[in-house]
Design a protein around this ligand. Structure first.
Ligand code: NAD
Length: 274
């Protein structure tokens, strides 16, 4: 997709962070928007920021973990806009916990959003993107879908799964030449609310971490702005890239993990302990 002008994009998790900056960047390029988030206050703020954008903006509360609601939203987007060309399966949450101490409810909560939310969004929108004749599915994994660090086992499980799901999807879309493509997004540390919205479990004390300070510590590694991240992601969609690494940290650590797949976990665990 070379131009976003007069296209229609649906974005989940549009009430904050990269979902919001993707919406702003797309609107500036003349793309009409269907926005959703489970957080209605955040979503309303995004909509207010777009009020003079000149594009058509619709919005509704949506929990991406709710498969039925996702399919109903996809129908609604086409009813409102006449078509849909892009789905950004962007909504996501974080969890810090050890494998041993993690509550299964927390693990399921995260998987239902980060993994199943992406599956629901992909399956609900794919037939509609095909019907539009030109479509793109953008699924947000993470640098943590490429390598692992301690305390993030659930997040890694969800983001490695998004990566495998999306790479296989892209192969199928290419093989069937259906006018729809897919890109898997791997952001490094991006300055958003993700750490503040994460669940921090006391079990990480066993790793020498403090659950009350872990969010702030994570944020110290957030080096790329959400505006820059959106610009990088949208360029990758225009170039039809299979995967996009967002930020210098993502590029550098991805190289490290591929060059030293057995040694990198020890190096990162040591760095994190400091
Ligand atoms: N910020 C980073 O450093 C970073 C790095 C790698 C990957 N990511 C991924 O990028 C994506 C966007 O996150 P962000 O950094 O902009 O964080 P953010 O917290 O600023 O935004 C995430 C949005 O998702 C929404 N959301 C949460 N649960 C939801 C649900 N059940 N249904 C619908 N919406 C829901 C939140 O309300 C929020 O508005 C996520 O998938 C995240 O995992 C972020």
């Amino acid at each position: 997709m070379k131009s976003f002008n007069n296209k229609v994009a649906a974005i989940t998790g549009a009430g904050s962070g990269m979902g919001r900056t993707l919406a702003q960047n797309l609107a500036a390029q003349g793309c009409h928007l269907a926005l959703s988030d489970v957080n209605e206050a955040g979503l309303a703020e995004t909509v207010a920021l777009l009020k003079d954008s000149g594009v058509r903006v619709t919005h509704q509360r949506l929990d991406v973990a709710d498969r039925k609601a996702m399919f109903a939203w996809a129908d609604q987007v086409v009813a409102d806009h006449g078509k849909v060309n892009l789905i950004f399966n962007n909504a996501g949450v974080g969890l810090a916990a050890t494998v041993e101490g993690m509550k299964i409810e927390d693990f399921e909560w995260l998987m239902n959003i980060n993994f199943w939310g992406v599956v629901h969004g992909t399956q609900a929108f794919l037939p509609k993107l095909k019907a539009a004749g030109e479509g793109h599915i953008i699924n947000t994994s993470s640098l943590f879908g490429l390598l692992a660090v301690p305390s993030q086992s659930a997040y890694h499980a969800s983001k490695f799964a998004v990566r495998g799901f999306t790479e296989s999807l892209r192969q199928e879309l290419d093989m069937t030449d259906c006018g729809v493509s897919a890109t898997c997004v791997h952001p490094g540390g991006i300055k958003t609310a993700i750490a503040r919205n994460s669940r921090m479990d006391a079990s990480i004390q066993a790793l020498g971490m403090d659950e009350k300070k872990a969010g702030k510590k994570f944020e110290q590694n957030f080096i790329t702005t959400a505006e820059k991240a959106a610009a990088i992601i949208l360029k990758a969609v225009q170039k039809n890239d299979r995967r996009v690494l967002v930020g210098p940290d993502a590029k550098m650590l991805d190289k490290l993990a591929r060059l030293a797949p057995s040694a990198y976990p020890r190096v990162l665990a040591k760095l994190i302990k400091r």
